[in-house]
Design a protein. Sequence first.
Length: 68
Amino acid sequence: MKTMSAKDAKNAFGLLLDTARAEPVSIEKHGRRVVVVLSVEEYERLVEESARSSGGASTRAAQKKKGE
């Protein structure tokens, strides 16, 4: 997983997006990881994987939130 500072992520947002499409990117603020940016495809894969392991509750909640 690549890592960027919050300042670098802000100043090179296009690079962040391009990198996140290939692999998750950890964003650090004051040396502490605060968020991970990942592609839509990876996010959807994780949601589906979670739904399979929890019986579908996560997918229903995610779909409801998405439709709001």
